[in-house]
Design a protein around this ligand. Structure first.
Ligand code: SIN
Length: 303
């Protein structure tokens, strides 16, 4: 059996597979299926300062090889997370990433301040949600805004800080470099690509918000390309996500430059997807005589 341990900015994960923020809640629904300890870590649902109900339905639409969502960061608020969800997760031997999704720079700073007093392992600053009017992608689609919110949150935390990037930009490497300069310890990418579906009978968009974020296998090649570009542009670790649904996909993403991977949409069609992906990585390593999975990171040999 290969050694599947990986390290991202000093944070240890027992294997490289992490359910992505928004795709796994806080893990409770899954522990009846398999021990959460099977996973490398968990990236919790993005948290705002106060409870948020999210956008009105319909907010999910199926697409060829993927899905659109316009959930709008529904979450119980940071205090509830710290009081109820984090203690639960701390009963599990699992690396916990808190996703910070404040609507303003000040909110993000306050969420980071509150998390600083906890034993959460890592912060993931969400500057890429396309489904909210304030915060999210409004931070992550300009270098200036991405740099400003990263610098502000950096001041509030000594914890490893990962910044989750939007693909809805002209140059994701410029955004990655901007957040690296302001003290990000890692970047995660990609969040969803902005998309739209229309019901041709009613001539109405399927989503009540008209547009939403596309995820699933349809976006995988875009995610691999962006992870590869960013991994070659910055000196901090990259966590790759976007359409990963098999162990082979995870291996490909790691070869592109990802030190670990997050799995999102695949969990909605198969709640066992993260476990199957871990098994697939293990099988690939065994079949190819790879002793340490971290040896494959950024091992692609471009033409
Ligand atoms: C959402 O809650 O709208 C999705 C989360 C995200 O895109 O960051």
């Amino acid at each position: 059996m290969a050694n599947l341990e990986v390290n991202v900015a000093g944070v240890a994960f027992k294997n490289p597979v992490i359910p992505a923020s928004g795709a796994y809640g806080f893990g409770r629904e899954y522990e009846c299926l398999y021990p959460l300890e099977t996973l490398g870590g968990i990236s919790c649902k993005g948290m705002t300062l106060n409870k948020k109900d999210g956008n009105p339905p319909p907010r999910i639409a199926e697409t060829p090889s993927g899905m659109l969502n316009s959930v709008g960061l529904q979450n119980p608020g940071i205090d509830y997370f710290i009081e109820h969800e984090l203690p639960y997760l701390r009963t599990k031997d699992i690396t916990v990433i808190a996703n910070v999704a404040g609507s303003t720079v000040e909110d993000c700073m306050e969420i980071a301040r509150k998390l600083e007093a906890t034993d959460v392992d890592m912060l993931e600053l969400n500057i890429s949600c396309p489904n909210v009017k304030q915060g999210g992608a409004a931070f992550g689609t300009s270098c200036e805004n991405a740099a400003a919110v990263t610098a502000a949150v950096r001041k509030m935390t000594t914890k490893p800080l990962m910044v989750k990037l939007s693909p809805n930009v002209t140059s994701i490497t410029d955004i990655a470099k901007a957040v690296e300069t302001e003290g990000a310890d890692a970047v995660s990418l990609i969040n969803t690509l902005l998309g739209m579906r229309i019901d041709i009978k009613t001539r109405r968009p399927i989503l009540k918000q008209n547009v939403g974020g596309l995820s699933g296998p349809a976006v995988f090649p875009i995610a691999v390309r962006m992870v590869w570009q960013v991994a070659n542009a910055v000196n901090i670790p990259v966590v790759g996500m976007g359409g990963i649904s098999t162990g082979e996909d995870a291996i490909e993403m790691m070869m592109a430059g990802a030190s670990a991977v997050q799995v999102g949409a695949a969990i909605f069609t198969d709640p066992f997807a993260p476990v199957k992906i871990i098994e697939g990585i293990n099988r690939f390593c065994d079949d190819n005589h790879i002793a340490n999975v971290s040896d494959i990171v950024k091992s692609v040999q471009p033409w």
